[in-house]
Design a binder for this molecule. Structure first.
Ligand SMILES: *Cc1c(COP(=O)(O)O)cnc(C)c1O
Length: 372
């Protein structure tokens, strides 16, 4: 079986974790600021705060820019559900707009048209690691929170790395991400005030100079352990290699799938933007049953998954906000046809060929069944 994702973990990670265990300093120790400093330097951000998940990073970012009850936050319906959920944690309203059919990121013109006097922030998602057009969104002068959870390694056309524009930007370290700590996240940001607030709110609202008996604001437990940060530091050392490996796997896929009829591949980098490869998602021809394709691939030893479902059509969002089919046609069309293929740094060229052959076969069979 070829899995959809698999982290790269070697003896260096094992040694780093064992070292923390032996130190007996498992939390609030020296690895946390070390990982933050290394990560901030990597994306070119003045500050970074390590937190327990990408979702926690998004939540604290929205609080930092002042999103509160009744506010509107414009975001993409084509994302992992966390980006929209984080808006709900503050009782604000996610205002979805449709996506660009090429990059699959928030359509910046649709976003501009959706701005009202209740809009307090914009939340672009760098989906599948392709840089969202944050520079265009900056023109509106509204606070921006970036969901960069899929985009470590991505670079904007102007040379600024995703996460390095100064807006609070959330990264996630779940096991399928470009860098993993098992679970975990990081918020990068350009404001010292934001950093101070986020550090306090991840730790029950405690001020940096405060003893543990007093807390001057509401906070959460969104801390990341030293064990996780030690893992993160080693992963940071390997990051360039892992990103290069992902890019190489993507180019093998492009070649191997080039002649499969009706299949849409991830867009190539254009205009100077650089994707940070996270997943290899293909869109199936409209005539093909997606779920049937996934089952048929599995029968041939290839794991794949529907990626991603449209958030506005999830039952919870439909019921809470009255979202329906037809509201964001580009997102709905893409969401109905997309599957993520096995994609990770250690995937071999032979395995890529196997996946490509299985997919070509399955689509051929589906095509013949449709024609019969
Ligand atoms: C992974 C991911 C997150 C964060 O996920 P966590 O599991 O909370 O770390 C948020 N948004 C997107 C688009 C993601 O892919």
């Amino acid at each position: 079986m070829i899995p959809v994702a698999r982290p790269v973990l070697g003896p260096e990670e094992e040694a780093a974790v064992v070292e923390v265990l032996r130190s007996r300093h498992l939390s609030l120790g020296p690895r946390v600021p070390a990982f933050e400093a290394g990560f901030a330097a990597r994306v070119g951000a003045p500050y970074a705060s390590a937190v327990s998940s990408g979702t926690a990073a998004l939540h604290l970012a929205l609080r930092a820019v002042g999103v509160g009850e009744g506010d509107e936050v414009i975001t993409s319906p084509f994302s992992f559900v966390a980006s929209a959920n984080s808006i709900l944690y503050e009782r604000a309203k996610p205002v979805f707009v449709d996506i660009d059919p090429v990059t699959l990121n928030l359509d910046v013109e649709a976003a501009a048209a959706a701005i009202t006097d209740r809009t307090t922030a914009l939340l672009p998602v760098h989906i599948f690691g392709y840089p969202a057009d944050t520079p265009a969104l900056e023109a509106h002068g509204l606070p921006i929170v970036e969901d960069a959870c899929e985009a470590l390694g991505a670079v904007h056309a102007d040379g600024v790395r995703v996460g390095g524009r100064g807006h609070p930007s959330a990264f996630g370290f779940y096991a399928n991400k470009q860098l993993t700590t098992g679970e975990g996240g990081m918020l990068t940001m350009g404001s010292a005030e934001h950093k101070e607030r986020v550090d306090s709110e991840r730790n029950q609202g405690r001020a940096p100079d405060m003893g543990w008996l007093d807390h001057d604001r509401l906070g959460f437990n969104y801390r990341l352990t030293d064990i996780a940060c030690a893992l993160g530091l080693v992963q940071l050392d390997r990051l360039d290699g892992m990103l290069a490996d992902r890019a190489r796997v993507a180019s093998w896929y492009r070649e191997a799938l080039a002649d499969v009829e009706g299949l849409e591949l991830p867009c190539e980098d254009f205009g100077g933007d650089v994707r940070g490869w996270f997943v290899f998602v293909v869109q199936l021809p409209r005539s093909v049953d997606r779920d049937e394709t996934i089952r048929a691939l599995l029968a041939r030893g290839v794991q794949s998954k529907p990626y991603l479902p449209a958030i506005h059509l999830m039952s919870f969002y439909r019921e809470a906000f009255g979202y329906r089919e037809g509201m964001f046609p580009v997102c709905e069309d893409v969401a109905a046809r997309s599957i993520a293929l096995p994609f990770f740094p250690e995937l071999s060229e032979g395995q890529v060929a196997e996946v490509a052959e299985a997919l070509a076969d399955v689509l051929q069979v589906a095509h013949e069944a449709g024609a019969a």
